[in-house]
Ligand binder design. Structure first.
Ligand code: GCO
Ligand code: MG
Length: 406
């Protein structure tokens, strides 16, 4: 069996997605997500201009060999663009292998380890009350875990708040412009507000629902330690990305000051980014996922390392990761022993039409496809209806104009 074609498809059914589609001489095709939000064309070019020709004629079943050929062959290792491109190829190869074997990919990864995959939804609102009400709505729809983000008094916009009309949507749906929106940030206002959100949430929602919060890399280690301590009485499942991801010793500081569980990893692209955090048990959940961490092959290595230290998975699953990534993540989640939680934000109807799939949500759990491969595809004609649109993630400045973390 040989690879005969590698297509790179960029489509924007509401937001931009990059998809790799690999065809073999047997006529089997496989798809992989290669979307890097706000930097999509860099990955598309990496695939199109650098990798596609190197893949033609190779045996698609030699997944690990191809992974190393692309990783070591680049010489320039790691990094989000390289690893997202490799992930797209790797995911498509697992799809092909599953189709050839006549099995869903989770069977090739060791088989079913759980009945369903517990997901968390996004509750947001302009006030504490509105946010808690949105969370109650998720719980009444069967969700067992909810992430809560509320507007900060005095700030016009903040991460994760879609506004009243778009509760549950992200603030960073693509603007029709390449120039990022600028937000204003105030750490004091944030720290003064968040504990009250969870105080009300626990009071209203009771002791059992799993509640989560995303700090989005915005605190210093000591500020994060203060927040973690103040949130302890409300028993969060996790506090996500409390400090900038590259500040790994910050996690050590934090760990010494709070028992609030810590999750991180959505911006990591390799096992080396996680190694210290995992082997020193500085985190409780590792949030890498298929598309940004080198595909199914590499993600499995990360999760296996984490399993040795009793650290659980918590894969990133925002809507800028395409249904192809979600389909692949659910296959991994079904098979690994140390699954924790899966983030889930439903895609728009246009996106679901471009990427027909057979994974499903029911009563707070998701189920991977039972079809051979990943159980997801790209409809090329529909994809062509939505050409690429320049779009950027927002940036953040302090009140005095200083550039900050978004
Ligand atoms: C999350 C993430 C996202 C990211 C987005 C960036 O936890 O879902 O923080 O909201 O900001 O994926 O592209
Ligand atoms: Mg996050």
């Amino acid at each position: 069996m040989r690879i005969t074609d590698v297509q790179v498809i960029v489509t924007c059914p509401g937001r931009n997605f990059v998809t790799v589609r690999i065809t073999t001489d047997d006529g089997v095709t496989g798809v992989g997500d290669a979307t890097l939000n706000g930097r999509e064309l860099a990955v598309a070019s990496y695939l199109q201009d650098h990798l596609a020709a190197q893949l033609i004629g190779r045996d698609p079943l030699r997944i690990d060999d191809i992974w190393h050929y692309l990783y070591r062959g680049a010489y320039w290792r790691r990094g989000p663009v390289t690893m997202t491109a490799i992930a797209g190829v790797d995911t498509a190869l697992w799809d092909i292998k599953g189709k050839v074997a006549g099995l869903p990919v989770y069977q090739l990864l060791g088989g079913r380890a759980r009945d369903g995959i517990t997901v968390y939804g996004h509750a947001s609102g302009a006030t504490v009350e509105e946010t808690v009400e949105a969370a109650a709505g998720y719980l009444s729809r069967g969700y067992r875990a909810v992430r809560l983000q509320s507007s900060i008094p005095g700030l016009d916009s903040t991460y994760g708040i879609g506004g009243v009309a778009a509760a549950g949507a992200h603030a960073y749906e693509p603007a029709d412009a390449a120039l990022p929106t600028e937000n204003v940030w105030d750490t004091d206002a944030y720290l003064a507000h968040v504990p009250s959100l969870f105080e009300v949430a626990r009071r209203e929602l009771g002791p059992t629902p799993r509640l989560l919060h995303d700090v989005h890399h915005r605190l210093t280690p000591n500020e994060a330690a203060r927040l973690g301590k103040e949130l302890e009485p409300f028993h969060l499942t996790w506090m996500e990305d409390p400090v900038p991801a590259e500040m790994q010793d910050g996690y050590r500081h934090l760990r010494h000051h709070t028992t609030t569980p810590i999750a991180t990893g959505e911006v990591f692209s390799s096992i080396y980014d996680c190694q210290t955090l995992i082997t020193e048990r500085l985190i409780d959940y590792i949030r890498t996922t298929v598309v940004h961490a080198g595909g199914i092959t590499h993600l499995r290595r990360i999760f296996d390392l984490a399993a040795l230290y009793d650290i659980r998975s918590g894969s990133h699953g925002a809507t800028d990761l395409s249904p192809v990534c979600l389909a692949a993540a659910l296959q991994v989640d079904t098979a690994i022993p140390n699954f924790g939680l899966q983030e889930y934000m439903p895609h728009t109807p246009e996106t679901d039409e471009v990427f027909p799939h057979s994974y499903r949500f029911e009563d707070g759990l998701m189920y991977a496809s039972e079809e051979p491969g990943l159980g997801v595809d790209i409809d090329l004609e529909k994809a062509a209806l939505y050409p690429y649109k320049p779009a950027s993630l927002p940036v953040n400045r302090l009140r005095d104009g200083t550039m900050f973390h978004w």
